[in-house]
Design a protein around this ligand. Sequence first.
Ligand SMILES: NC(=O)c1ccc[n+]([C@@H]2O[C@H](COP(=O)([O-])OP(=O)(O)OC[C@H]3O[C@@H](n4cnc5c(N)ncnc54)[C@H](O)[C@@H]3O)[C@@H](O)[C@H]2O)c1
Length: 343
Amino acid sequence: MTPTGDLAGRRVLVIGGAGYVGSVLVERLLDAGARVHVLDQLIYDNGFALHHLLDRDLDRGGVTFTRGDLRDERVVAAAAAGTDDVVLLASLVGDPICAKYPELARTVNADGAKRIVDALDRLGVRRFVFTSTCSNYGIHTSDALATETSALNPQSLYARTKIEVEEHLLAAAPSLDASATVLRIATAYGMSARMRFDLTVSQFTRELAAGGELLVYDADTWRPYTHVRDIAKAVMTVLAAGEEQVRGEVFNVGDNTQQFTKRMIVDEVAKHLTSAKVSYRDGDTDPRNYRVAFDKIAEQLGFRVDNTVQAYVGALVAAVQGGVFADAAGNPRYGNTEVRHLG
Ligand SMILES: NC(=O)c1ccc[n+]([C@@H]2O[C@H](COP(=O)([O-])OP(=O)(O)OC[C@H]3O[C@@H](n4cnc5c(N)ncnc54)[C@H](O)[C@@H]3O)[C@@H](O)[C@H]2O)c1
Protein backbone atom coordinates (compact mmCIF):
# COMPACT_ATOMS: atom_id res chain seq x y z
CA MET A 1 0.00 0.00 0.00
CA THR A 2 1.34 3.44 -0.83
CA PRO A 3 -0.21 6.19 1.25
CA THR A 4 0.67 8.89 -1.30
CA GLY A 5 -2.30 10.23 -3.22
CA ASP A 6 -4.79 9.69 -0.44
CA LEU A 7 -3.32 12.69 1.33
CA ALA A 8 -3.53 15.19 -1.53
CA GLY A 9 -5.10 18.39 -0.25
CA ARG A 10 -5.12 17.26 3.39
CA ARG A 11 -4.05 19.93 5.84
CA VAL A 12 -1.63 18.46 8.36
CA LEU A 13 -0.16 20.09 11.46
CA VAL A 14 3.20 18.54 12.35
CA ILE A 15 4.24 19.47 15.88
CA GLY A 16 8.01 18.94 16.01
CA GLY A 17 8.27 19.12 12.21
CA ALA A 18 11.79 20.59 12.28
CA GLY A 19 13.25 17.55 14.03
CA TYR A 20 15.11 14.49 12.78
CA VAL A 21 11.94 12.60 11.87
CA GLY A 22 9.81 15.70 11.34
CA SER A 23 11.80 17.30 8.53
CA VAL A 24 11.61 14.02 6.58
CA LEU A 25 7.89 13.64 7.25
CA VAL A 26 7.14 17.21 6.15
CA GLU A 27 8.95 16.64 2.86
CA ARG A 28 7.06 13.40 2.21
CA LEU A 29 3.73 15.02 3.05
CA LEU A 30 4.48 17.75 0.50
CA ASP A 31 5.39 15.05 -2.05
CA ALA A 32 1.95 13.53 -1.40
CA GLY A 33 0.23 16.85 -2.10
CA ALA A 34 -0.64 17.69 1.51
CA ARG A 35 -0.54 21.21 2.94
CA VAL A 36 1.64 21.30 6.01
CA HIS A 37 1.85 23.59 8.99
CA VAL A 38 4.80 23.08 11.32
CA LEU A 39 4.75 24.08 14.98
CA ASP A 40 8.20 23.78 16.50
CA GLN A 41 10.07 25.64 19.21
CA LEU A 42 13.46 24.89 17.53
CA ILE A 43 14.86 23.96 20.92
CA TYR A 44 18.20 22.90 19.39
CA ASP A 45 18.46 25.90 17.01
CA ASN A 46 17.39 23.43 14.33
CA GLY A 47 15.47 25.71 11.96
CA PHE A 48 17.98 24.77 9.25
CA ALA A 49 16.16 21.44 8.89
CA LEU A 50 13.28 23.21 7.12
CA HIS A 51 15.19 25.67 4.93
CA HIS A 52 14.92 23.58 1.76
CA LEU A 53 11.16 23.11 2.18
CA LEU A 54 9.92 26.61 2.95
CA ASP A 55 9.43 27.72 -0.67
CA ARG A 56 8.05 24.43 -2.01
CA ASP A 57 4.58 24.07 -3.54
CA LEU A 58 3.58 27.64 -2.68
CA ASP A 59 0.74 27.51 -5.23
CA ARG A 60 -1.05 24.90 -3.13
CA GLY A 61 -0.20 26.12 0.33
CA GLY A 62 3.21 24.49 0.80
CA VAL A 63 4.64 24.69 4.30
CA THR A 64 3.85 27.35 6.86
CA PHE A 65 5.69 27.64 10.14
CA THR A 66 5.03 28.80 13.68
CA ARG A 67 7.76 28.93 16.26
CA GLY A 68 6.17 28.08 19.58
CA ASP A 69 5.95 25.81 22.59
CA LEU A 70 3.43 22.96 22.50
CA ARG A 71 2.75 23.55 26.21
CA ASP A 72 1.03 26.85 25.33
CA GLU A 73 -2.59 25.96 24.55
CA ARG A 74 -3.22 29.19 22.64
CA VAL A 75 -0.20 28.56 20.42
CA VAL A 76 -1.42 25.03 19.65
CA ALA A 77 -4.98 26.24 18.97
CA ALA A 78 -3.76 28.91 16.55
CA ALA A 79 -1.47 26.44 14.77
CA ALA A 80 -4.22 23.81 14.51
CA ALA A 81 -6.83 26.20 13.09
CA GLY A 82 -8.11 24.79 9.81
CA THR A 83 -6.07 21.58 9.87
CA ASP A 84 -7.52 18.10 9.36
CA ASP A 85 -4.80 16.08 11.05
CA VAL A 86 -2.28 16.56 13.83
CA VAL A 87 0.95 14.56 14.16
CA LEU A 88 2.69 15.00 17.49
CA LEU A 89 6.43 14.38 17.20
CA ALA A 90 7.75 17.10 19.50
CA SER A 91 9.20 16.08 22.82
CA LEU A 92 12.55 15.75 24.53
CA VAL A 93 13.62 12.66 22.60
CA GLY A 94 15.90 10.07 24.13
CA ASP A 95 16.92 8.84 27.56
CA PRO A 96 19.96 11.15 28.02
CA ILE A 97 18.20 14.45 27.24
CA CYS A 98 15.24 13.54 29.48
CA ALA A 99 17.60 12.58 32.32
CA LYS A 100 19.41 15.91 31.90
CA TYR A 101 16.21 18.01 31.90
CA PRO A 102 13.69 15.94 33.93
CA GLU A 103 11.29 18.81 34.62
CA LEU A 104 11.11 19.76 30.94
CA ALA A 105 10.62 16.10 30.04
CA ARG A 106 7.62 15.90 32.39
CA THR A 107 6.01 19.17 31.33
CA VAL A 108 6.63 18.77 27.57
CA ASN A 109 6.50 15.02 26.92
CA ALA A 110 3.77 14.15 29.41
CA ASP A 111 1.70 17.18 30.56
CA GLY A 112 1.89 19.12 27.29
CA ALA A 113 1.08 16.10 25.14
CA LYS A 114 -1.87 15.10 27.34
CA ARG A 115 -3.28 18.63 27.08
CA ILE A 116 -3.15 18.35 23.29
CA VAL A 117 -5.11 15.07 23.45
CA ASP A 118 -7.70 16.81 25.65
CA ALA A 119 -8.01 19.69 23.16
CA LEU A 120 -8.42 17.62 19.96
CA ASP A 121 -12.20 17.83 19.68
CA ARG A 122 -12.25 21.54 20.55
CA LEU A 123 -9.77 22.08 17.76
CA GLY A 124 -11.88 20.13 15.25
CA VAL A 125 -9.09 17.66 14.44
CA ARG A 126 -10.07 14.52 12.46
CA ARG A 127 -6.93 12.42 12.90
CA PHE A 128 -4.28 12.46 15.62
CA VAL A 129 -1.06 10.46 15.55
CA PHE A 130 1.05 10.24 18.70
CA THR A 131 4.63 9.07 18.24
CA SER A 132 5.71 6.84 21.08
CA THR A 133 8.62 4.42 21.25
CA CYS A 134 9.53 0.73 21.38
CA SER A 135 11.74 1.78 24.31
CA ASN A 136 8.57 1.31 26.34
CA TYR A 137 9.25 -2.46 26.19
CA GLY A 138 12.52 -1.78 28.04
CA ILE A 139 13.69 -5.26 28.87
CA HIS A 140 11.86 -7.99 27.03
CA THR A 141 14.07 -11.04 26.80
CA SER A 142 11.55 -13.84 26.40
CA ASP A 143 11.77 -15.76 23.12
CA ALA A 144 8.42 -14.35 22.01
CA LEU A 145 8.74 -10.92 20.40
CA ALA A 146 7.05 -8.00 22.20
CA THR A 147 3.65 -7.26 20.72
CA GLU A 148 1.41 -4.26 21.25
CA THR A 149 -0.28 -6.13 24.13
CA SER A 150 2.93 -7.23 25.89
CA ALA A 151 3.68 -5.78 29.31
CA LEU A 152 5.62 -2.52 29.17
CA ASN A 153 8.81 -2.31 31.19
CA PRO A 154 10.18 1.25 30.94
CA GLN A 155 13.78 1.82 31.99
CA SER A 156 13.88 5.61 31.73
CA LEU A 157 11.98 8.82 32.36
CA TYR A 158 11.71 9.19 28.56
CA ALA A 159 9.78 5.93 28.25
CA ARG A 160 7.67 6.66 31.34
CA THR A 161 6.53 10.00 29.90
CA LYS A 162 5.60 8.30 26.62
CA ILE A 163 3.62 5.57 28.42
CA GLU A 164 1.78 8.19 30.46
CA VAL A 165 0.54 9.85 27.26
CA GLU A 166 -0.30 6.50 25.62
CA GLU A 167 -2.49 5.54 28.58
CA HIS A 168 -4.20 8.94 28.61
CA LEU A 169 -4.85 8.79 24.86
CA LEU A 170 -6.12 5.20 24.85
CA ALA A 171 -8.50 5.94 27.74
CA ALA A 172 -9.87 8.99 25.90
CA ALA A 173 -9.91 7.53 22.37
CA PRO A 174 -13.32 5.79 22.39
CA SER A 175 -15.16 8.99 23.28
CA LEU A 176 -13.22 11.37 21.06
CA ASP A 177 -14.59 12.68 17.78
CA ALA A 178 -11.01 12.66 16.52
CA SER A 179 -9.50 9.32 15.54
CA ALA A 180 -6.37 8.95 17.68
CA THR A 181 -3.57 6.42 17.13
CA VAL A 182 -0.35 5.50 18.95
CA LEU A 183 2.78 4.52 17.01
CA ARG A 184 5.49 2.74 19.01
CA ILE A 185 8.47 3.37 16.79
CA ALA A 186 11.75 1.43 16.64
CA THR A 187 15.02 3.33 17.08
CA ALA A 188 15.54 5.51 14.03
CA TYR A 189 18.40 5.63 11.55
CA GLY A 190 18.78 7.30 8.16
CA MET A 191 19.66 10.63 6.61
CA SER A 192 17.70 13.72 7.52
CA ALA A 193 18.20 17.46 7.16
CA ARG A 194 18.40 17.41 10.99
CA MET A 195 20.92 14.60 11.20
CA ARG A 196 21.29 12.91 14.61
CA PHE A 197 24.49 11.07 15.48
CA ASP A 198 23.32 10.24 18.99
CA LEU A 199 21.38 7.19 17.77
CA THR A 200 23.11 3.81 17.71
CA VAL A 201 23.38 2.93 14.00
CA SER A 202 24.46 6.39 12.85
CA GLN A 203 26.70 6.96 15.87
CA PHE A 204 28.59 3.67 15.48
CA THR A 205 28.90 4.06 11.72
CA ARG A 206 30.12 7.65 11.85
CA GLU A 207 32.67 7.03 14.59
CA LEU A 208 34.09 3.90 12.98
CA ALA A 209 34.16 5.40 9.48
CA ALA A 210 35.96 8.48 10.85
CA GLY A 211 38.68 6.15 12.16
CA GLY A 212 37.96 6.64 15.86
CA GLU A 213 37.97 3.91 18.50
CA LEU A 214 34.42 2.91 19.38
CA LEU A 215 33.55 1.86 22.91
CA VAL A 216 30.47 -0.39 22.98
CA TYR A 217 28.64 -1.23 26.17
CA ASP A 218 26.46 -4.32 26.53
CA ALA A 219 27.20 -5.48 23.00
CA ASP A 220 24.71 -8.34 22.96
CA THR A 221 21.56 -6.38 23.79
CA TRP A 222 18.94 -6.34 21.04
CA ARG A 223 16.87 -3.56 19.55
CA PRO A 224 14.77 -2.96 16.42
CA TYR A 225 15.68 -0.16 14.00
CA THR A 226 13.66 1.75 11.40
CA HIS A 227 14.63 4.28 8.75
CA VAL A 228 13.28 7.84 9.13
CA ARG A 229 11.64 7.59 5.68
CA ASP A 230 9.83 4.44 6.82
CA ILE A 231 8.71 6.23 9.99
CA ALA A 232 7.28 8.98 7.79
CA LYS A 233 5.63 6.31 5.63
CA ALA A 234 4.06 4.70 8.72
CA VAL A 235 2.61 8.03 9.89
CA MET A 236 1.20 8.68 6.42
CA THR A 237 -0.18 5.14 6.22
CA VAL A 238 -2.14 5.78 9.41
CA LEU A 239 -3.37 9.17 8.15
CA ALA A 240 -4.56 7.54 4.91
CA ALA A 241 -6.07 4.38 6.44
CA GLY A 242 -9.75 3.83 7.07
CA GLU A 243 -10.72 5.31 10.41
CA GLU A 244 -12.02 1.96 11.69
CA GLN A 245 -8.54 0.46 11.16
CA VAL A 246 -6.65 2.99 13.27
CA ARG A 247 -8.99 4.59 15.84
CA GLY A 248 -7.71 3.89 19.37
CA GLU A 249 -5.08 1.47 18.04
CA VAL A 250 -1.42 0.98 18.95
CA PHE A 251 0.99 -0.10 16.21
CA ASN A 252 4.65 -1.05 16.55
CA VAL A 253 6.55 0.57 13.66
CA GLY A 254 9.43 -1.40 12.16
CA ASP A 255 10.17 -4.71 10.53
CA ASN A 256 10.74 -8.12 12.12
CA THR A 257 13.97 -8.66 10.18
CA GLN A 258 15.51 -5.29 11.17
CA GLN A 259 16.51 -6.11 14.75
CA PHE A 260 20.14 -6.27 15.78
CA THR A 261 22.49 -6.46 18.72
CA LYS A 262 25.04 -3.68 18.98
CA ARG A 263 27.74 -6.21 18.05
CA MET A 264 25.85 -7.09 14.86
CA ILE A 265 25.75 -3.40 13.91
CA VAL A 266 29.50 -3.06 14.46
CA ASP A 267 30.08 -6.15 12.32
CA GLU A 268 27.88 -4.69 9.58
CA VAL A 269 29.86 -1.42 9.58
CA ALA A 270 33.18 -3.30 9.64
CA LYS A 271 32.30 -4.94 6.30
CA HIS A 272 32.80 -1.53 4.69
CA LEU A 273 36.12 -0.70 6.38
CA THR A 274 39.67 -2.00 6.12
CA SER A 275 40.01 -1.77 9.90
CA ALA A 276 37.64 -1.05 12.77
CA LYS A 277 38.82 -0.18 16.27
CA VAL A 278 36.26 -1.39 18.78
CA SER A 279 36.37 -2.26 22.46
CA TYR A 280 33.54 -3.95 24.29
CA ARG A 281 32.58 -3.48 27.90
CA ASP A 282 29.76 -4.74 30.08
CA GLY A 283 28.52 -1.73 31.95
CA ASP A 284 24.77 -1.84 32.30
CA THR A 285 24.77 1.81 31.19
CA ASP A 286 21.68 1.11 29.10
CA PRO A 287 19.88 -2.05 30.20
CA ARG A 288 17.33 -1.92 27.35
CA ASN A 289 17.10 -5.22 25.53
CA TYR A 290 14.05 -6.00 23.45
CA ARG A 291 12.90 -7.59 20.22
CA VAL A 292 9.56 -6.55 18.83
CA ALA A 293 6.85 -8.03 16.60
CA PHE A 294 5.83 -5.78 13.71
CA ASP A 295 3.14 -8.08 12.33
CA LYS A 296 0.15 -5.95 13.31
CA ILE A 297 1.01 -2.91 11.18
CA ALA A 298 1.94 -5.23 8.28
CA GLU A 299 -1.25 -7.29 8.46
CA GLN A 300 -3.76 -4.58 9.36
CA LEU A 301 -2.39 -1.67 7.33
CA GLY A 302 -0.26 -3.41 4.68
CA PHE A 303 2.79 -1.47 5.88
CA ARG A 304 6.23 -2.54 4.62
CA VAL A 305 9.57 -0.87 5.17
CA ASP A 306 11.58 0.17 2.11
CA ASN A 307 14.99 0.50 3.77
CA THR A 308 17.51 -1.65 5.61
CA VAL A 309 20.26 -0.94 8.13
CA GLN A 310 22.61 -2.97 5.91
CA ALA A 311 22.16 -0.63 2.92
CA TYR A 312 22.23 2.55 5.00
CA VAL A 313 25.47 1.72 6.77
CA GLY A 314 27.31 1.51 3.45
CA ALA A 315 25.93 4.88 2.32
CA LEU A 316 26.85 6.56 5.60
CA VAL A 317 30.39 5.14 5.56
CA ALA A 318 30.85 6.61 2.06
CA ALA A 319 29.44 9.97 3.17
CA VAL A 320 31.68 10.16 6.24
CA GLN A 321 34.77 9.11 4.31
CA GLY A 322 33.85 11.65 1.63
CA GLY A 323 33.94 14.41 4.26
CA VAL A 324 30.22 15.25 4.33
CA PHE A 325 30.10 15.09 8.13
CA ALA A 326 33.57 16.45 8.89
CA ASP A 327 32.08 18.88 11.43
CA ALA A 328 30.12 16.26 13.37
CA ALA A 329 32.50 15.18 16.14
CA GLY A 330 31.24 16.65 19.42
CA ASN A 331 29.02 19.12 17.55
CA PRO A 332 25.72 19.67 19.44
CA ARG A 333 24.00 20.40 16.11
CA TYR A 334 23.99 16.65 15.45
CA GLY A 335 22.20 15.37 18.52
CA ASN A 336 19.98 15.97 21.49
CA THR A 337 22.53 17.13 24.01
CA GLU A 338 21.67 20.69 24.99
CA VAL A 339 18.27 22.41 25.05
CA ARG A 340 18.79 26.01 23.96
CA HIS A 341 15.28 27.42 23.72
CA LEU A 342 12.78 26.14 26.22
CA GLY A 343 12.03 27.72 29.56
N1 LIG B 1 14.56 9.19 16.79
C1 LIG B 1 14.21 7.97 17.23
O1 LIG B 1 15.03 7.02 17.28
C2 LIG B 1 12.81 7.71 17.66
C3 LIG B 1 12.44 6.40 17.98
C4 LIG B 1 11.14 6.15 18.43
C5 LIG B 1 10.25 7.19 18.53
N2 LIG B 1 10.63 8.45 18.20
C6 LIG B 1 9.67 9.54 18.38
O2 LIG B 1 9.61 10.31 17.19
C7 LIG B 1 9.42 11.69 17.53
C8 LIG B 1 10.46 12.55 16.83
O3 LIG B 1 11.76 12.18 17.22
P1 LIG B 1 13.04 12.90 16.58
O4 LIG B 1 14.15 11.92 16.59
O5 LIG B 1 12.65 13.56 15.31
O6 LIG B 1 13.36 14.01 17.69
P2 LIG B 1 14.08 15.45 17.55
O7 LIG B 1 14.63 15.76 18.90
O8 LIG B 1 15.00 15.47 16.38
O9 LIG B 1 12.87 16.43 17.21
C9 LIG B 1 12.01 16.94 18.19
C10 LIG B 1 11.50 18.28 17.71
O10 LIG B 1 10.54 18.76 18.66
C11 LIG B 1 10.81 20.13 18.92
N3 LIG B 1 10.31 20.43 20.28
C12 LIG B 1 10.76 19.92 21.44
N4 LIG B 1 10.07 20.42 22.48
C13 LIG B 1 9.13 21.25 21.95
C14 LIG B 1 8.10 22.06 22.51
N5 LIG B 1 7.91 22.12 23.85
N6 LIG B 1 7.29 22.76 21.69
C15 LIG B 1 7.50 22.72 20.33
N7 LIG B 1 8.48 21.99 19.75
C16 LIG B 1 9.28 21.27 20.56
C17 LIG B 1 12.30 20.29 18.75
O11 LIG B 1 12.66 21.63 18.48
C18 LIG B 1 12.59 19.34 17.60
O12 LIG B 1 12.50 20.00 16.36
C19 LIG B 1 9.44 11.77 19.04
O13 LIG B 1 8.13 11.81 19.55
C20 LIG B 1 10.12 10.49 19.47
O14 LIG B 1 9.71 10.06 20.75
C21 LIG B 1 11.88 8.73 17.76
